[in-house]
Design a protein around this ligand. Structure first.
Ligand code: ASP
Length: 596
């Protein structure tokens, strides 16, 4: 399509364009004055090209030329020419050419900048978010935004090719039980009542299956009012999908298709299929987490058999109380005594009673603060179970089994995880337990309460050990998303609620509408949701998801650009029938007095 303001993207010009007349428009990146001749790095969404503005060619008034500043928005007409051989810049795709301007117009001026628009300049994140429109001009951020668009496009292409329909579901909904705190929106028309923003479109997509839509997907915005971490935001985007007459294998094959396509489009790499699979139990035993990073070994081994007869009281006590002794071979860490003690302190911080280190010395002996308590069979037993070579550091945690696994799993990551995300290790984790115990010791769904158990009878008789038809997709140690085969039988659904301690009345009150829907010929169905922000951030090799979200919130949930969340006019609150409590208003007054 012909554009009126430009003939070319600045970043698209190459040696083959030499001699062409071009019209460009963009921003002044860098500007250098060489004896009156002005060199401008002209940047637009396609990249950067050098423009030469020589006053002798009178491309603009003297004042305009001299007045050019960083980030002025300009338009340039000129001729592409090859840079003299030794002036070519091999670091720039357009580095072989430059544009000699015959006319330059300032389209709009820019105030002095709060920070330089340069990928190499480190800027405080709060400042970046406050001036996000400038931050997004940086080439790395442009690249992130483009990668996000490419990812979503690749996802849509796969889903469309596979015959899925994109269907929107409402964002003002009734609260649903997905484990997180709901974001609430007060209703003006029915004062005193609230909508919830969806934690995900879970129940709507299930109702679409009941509605006879056999293949659904949506690039869905989801909301969870949780404390934020590097890979969490209050609102985030999922590729959500669901299929009828479907089981786990159909979902996992679809996920492989999506991940392969996205990875090829973003990284130019073809993934091997099928992706590796671990059961939840294997993942916990070998890596101490349900989202293992399998780019490196350092797997956890069970050392309990080595200590079956131990005289070392600390270990014997743990075994007697039903715990276990687990270890990893951390390889040739070469840590000093204080470095090793630091690992023990870290293990305690993570919740273990302690951590024992053992160094396999070159001469076949072992050095460890506990060596004197261990017998002649135990040290070699540990070494052979952990396949120790001379110089290796062995780390052992004796504790309640789950604690030992989780602590070693975390330490494994902290000492072994490769930097960056050049290598991509996708993995499915399957066979999750149906329930976990929450802080009060009650059963809570590990995925969500609409997930089908493998064996309903077992779920009723021994809920603590019941396995579900839930699965996760993991990439480089990050959970990219979860899904499950759903319950399509209202009786089983009622039994799950019962096991969760939700009474019939409460179930009826909270999701009676959904239980009713299940009673009208529900097809077997299954689905999944992939976290788009997380996937793009890993593929883009950036440390947190805020880098790939155009307008994210800070860790404390604020937006420094627009000032949200913000107080509203009393009139708005009155219309909603809402009053801010006196103690909160007193806090506001105190903030105001403090000039906040
Ligand atoms: N709704 C689930 C989630 O957001 C995904 C699913 O089960 O499809 O995690």
């Amino acid at each position: 399509m012909a554009e009126t303001m430009k003939t070319h993207g600045a970043g698209t010009l190459r040696a083959a364009d030499a001699g062409s007349e071009v019209r460009l428009a963009g921003w002044v990146g860098r500007r250098r004055d060489h004896g009156g001749v002005v060199f401008v790095d002209l940047r637009d969404a396609s990249g950067v090209v050098q423009v030469v503005l020589n006053p002798e060619d009178a491309p603009a008034s003297e004042a305009d030329l001299r007045g050019l500043r960083n980030e002025y928005c300009i338009s340039v007409t000129g001729t592409v020419r090859l840079r003299p051989g030794d002036m070519a810049n091999p670091d720039l795709p357009t580095g072989e050419v430059e544009v000699v301007g015959t006319s330059m117009t300032t389209l709009s001026a820019a105030e002095p900048l709060p920070f330089q628009i340069d990928d190499r300049v480190e800027v405080d994140e709060a400042k970046r978010l406050q001036y996000r429109y400038l931050d997004l001009r940086r080439p790395a951020m442009q690249d992130n935004v483009r990668a996000r668009s490419q990812t979503i496009r690749a996802m849509r292409t796969v889903m469309d090719d596979l015959g899925f329909m994109e269907i929107e579901t409402p964002t003002l909904i009734a609260s649903t039980p997905e484990g997180a705190r709901d974001m609430l929106v007060p209703s003006r028309l029915r004062k005193g009542t609230f909508y919830a923003l969806p934690q995900s479109p879970q129940l709507f997509k299930q109702m679409l299956m009941i509605a006879g839509v056999e293949r659904y997907y949506q690039v869905a915005r989801c909301y969870r009012d949780e404390d934020m971490r590097a890979d969490r935001q209050l609102e985030f985007t999922q590729l959500d999908f669901e299929g009828s007459f479907w089981g786990q294998e159909d979902v996992l094959a679809t996920l492989e298709e999506i991940a392969t396509r996205v990875t090829r489009d973003l990284r130019g790499v073809d993934l091997d299929r099928p992706f590796p699979r671990l059961t939840w139990h294997e993942a916990m035993e070998r890596y101490g987490t349900d989202k293992p990073d399998i780019r490196f070994g350092m797997e956890i081994a069970d050392l309990s058999p080595v200590f079956a007869e131990t005289g070392f009281n600390a270990f014997a006590g743990v075994l007697a109380s039903g715990g276990s002794i687990r270890g990893i071979n951390a390889g040739g860490l070469g840590l000093s005594r204080s470095g090793l003690d630091g690992l023990s302190a870290r293990a305690q911080e993570l919740g273990a009673k302690g951590l024992v280190w053992i160094i396999a010395e070159e001469d076949g002996t072992f050095r460890s603060p506990v060596a004197k308590f261990l017998n002649d069979a135990e040290l070699p037993g540990i070494a052979s179970t952990l396949k120790a070579a001379p110089g290796d550091t062995l780390l052992i945690v004796a504790d309640e089994t789950r604690t030992a696994l989780e602590v070693l799993g975390q330490i494994r990551l902290e000492i072994g995880q490769p930097d960056g995300h050049d290598e991509l290790a996708y993995l499915f984790v399957v066979d999750f337990p149906v329930f976990e115990r929450n802080e009060d010791g009650d059963f809570a769904p590990l995925h969500h309460p609409f997930t089908a158990p493998v064996d309903v009878r077992q779920m009723r008789e021994d809920p603590g050990h019941a396995i579900s038809k839930a699965y996760d997709l993991v990439l480089n140690g990050s959970e990219l998303g979860s899904g499950s085969v759903r319950i399509h039988d209202p009786i089983v659904q009622a039994q799950v609620f019962e096991t969760l301690g939700i009474s019939d009345e409460e179930a009826e009150r909270r999701f009676g509408w959904f239980l009713d829907a299940l009673r009208f010929g529900t097809p077997p169905h299954a689905g999944f949701a992939i976290g788009v922000d997380r996937l793009v951030s890993i593929l883009q090799n950036v440390p947190n998801i805020r880098e790939v979200i155009p307008f994210p919130k800070t860790q404390s949930g604020g937006d420094p650009l627009t000032g949200s969340p913000s107080r509203v006019e009393s009139k708005q609150l009155e219309e909603l029938g809402i009053e801010v409590r006196a103690e909160v208003r007193a806090e506001w007054a105190a903030d105001e007095a403090a000039g906040d």
